[in-house]
Design a protein around this ligand. Structure first.
Ligand code: ADP
Length: 403
């Protein structure tokens, strides 16, 4: 059976999923796996479609010293033990810059263009590109597709795409890109099935995971995002502060003597829920903690989501529905309830019983604005894009004349 491999590579882990391509072109998830502890304590874990364990094994550090090594160990496991030889590989790539509003078939030219965006996402882009480059050199004929977190937001109005800085910087790429686009795109595709009456309207989607952002959608298209140039902006996250006065950064450099890389580490790793609570970056641990700083961090998280909802409602000139997704949004009954309470002024009233049982629609039937929980599936989105590009590539191209 034909399969598609989906790869999401980070600094010390490579997550992967395999989808079978069925006769009618539908995709069926076969397995999920990840190699983590790359360069420290490498460990491969994988489970099948129903969660049954398929592998859990440790490797010596020198066997999996970097991402290319992790790809070849995981690839060999798939091929030798499960006889899986993917017909194509889809990659999550955080930044498509100003160039890419859609997924793209990878070739060396695309790779070098994507490398230019590394400064825009220094902690993600080089790791996302590492498996692409190693597969390109080891299997040059294997089709690979890059799917971008920024692409879904690329047709924002120029007003939403700019900072109030000289235009030259915008031309250089200093723009409000927005992220989590694969998640929002998946939700936008699901909404017509879940709630057809609002899918064509104005919807705020809250992607609340370790990284968190919110997207304002009109008729399934992104018009505004809480994130901007990097994935640091907007909501407070597990370890990132969200919106912060740039003057604070100047203060850290000028008066606290921090270097650029120290500030970068600080902003990506030590702020957000972790920095505020001093307890954890993990919402489950904060909810279970008796430490008042954990409670404060949760209060802050909820408060900022409320503020951002107001901003996005203004961008949309009103809202027709609110959607929760990602780890916290899909699982935390109490965070959903607290956010809904803050949004009562918009006309949101949750149904506590429906919220507690994680129903798809969790608002009361008389809530002016309905609220939904739509579990996201970024990997399926990547697999679908990969299959689509693959099919377009293999179809004979129509004869066309140059304009
Ligand atoms: P990512 O994919 O960005 O790592 P996820 O979407 O998996 O993030 O979300 C991770 C977050 O979801 C963590 O803060 C985790 O604590 C939170 N989370 C997961 N399950 C629950 C739950 N049952 N209650 C509260 N928070 C949860």
């Amino acid at each position: 059976m034909d399969t598609i491999l989906v790869v999401n590579a980070g600094s010390s882990s490579v997550k992967f999923q395999v989808f079978a391509v069925e006769g009618d072109g539908r995709l069926q998830r076969q397995l999920k796996g990840q190699m983590d502890g790359i360069g420290s304590r490498p460990r491969l874990r994988a489970s099948g479609a129903s969660g049954e364990p398929l592998a859990d094994r440790a490797y010596p550090i020198e066997a999996v010293a970097d991402i290319p090594a992790a790809m070849s160990v995981a690839g060999a496991w798939l091929k030798d033990e499960l006889n899986i030889r993917p017909i194509a590989v889809g990659h999550r790539v955080v930044h498509g810059g100003a160039d890419y509003a859609h997924p793209v078939l990878i070739d060396p030219v695309v790779v070098s263009r994507l490398e230019r965006y590394a400064p825009l996402a220094p902690l993600h882009q080089p790791h996302n590109l590492a498996p692409i480059k190693s597969l390109l050199s080891n299997f040059p004929a294997l089709p690979q597709v890059a799917c971008f977190d920024t692409a879904f937001h690329r047709d924002h109005d120029p007003l939403a795409d700019h900072y109030a800085i000289p235009h030259q910087l915008h031309a250089e790429g200093v723009r409000r890109y927005g992220f989590h686009g694969l998640s929002y795109e998946y939700v936008a595709k699901r909404l017509p099935q879940v709630a057809p009456e609002v899918a064509v309207g104005r919807v705020i989607v809250a992607h609340l995971g370790s990284g968190a952002s919110m997207c304002a959608m009109r008729a399934g298209r992104s018009v505004e995002s809480t994130m901007g140039f990097t994935a640091l902006d907007g909501l407070a996250m597990g370890t990132r502060p969200g919106q912060i006065d740039p003057g604070v950064i100047l203060y850290l450099i000028a008066f606290n003597g921090m270097s650029v890389s120290q500030v970068q580490d600080f902003l990506y790793r030590d702020c957000g829920l972790k920095g505020l609570s001093g307890v954890s970056n993990d919402m489950r641990e904060l909810e279970a903690s008796a430490d008042p700083r954990a409670a404060f961090a949760i209060d802050y998280f909820v408060y900022r989501i409320g503020l951002s909802a107001g901003m996005l409602a203004a961008a949309l000139q009103g809202i027709d529905a609110f959607v929760f997704t990602a780890g916290i949004g899909e699982n935390s009954v109490s965070i959903r309830a607290r956010i809904a309470e803050r949004l009562a002024w918009l006309g949101i009233v949750l149904d506590p019983a429906e919220n507690a049982r994680h129903a798809t629609r969790i608002s009361r039937s008389d809530s002016r604005i309905p609220v939904y929980v739509v579990p996201t599936d970024e990997e399926l989105m990547i697999a679908q894009h990969t299959l689509t590009l693959l099919m377009n590539q293999t179809l004979p191209s129509p004869k066309s004349e140059r304009i």
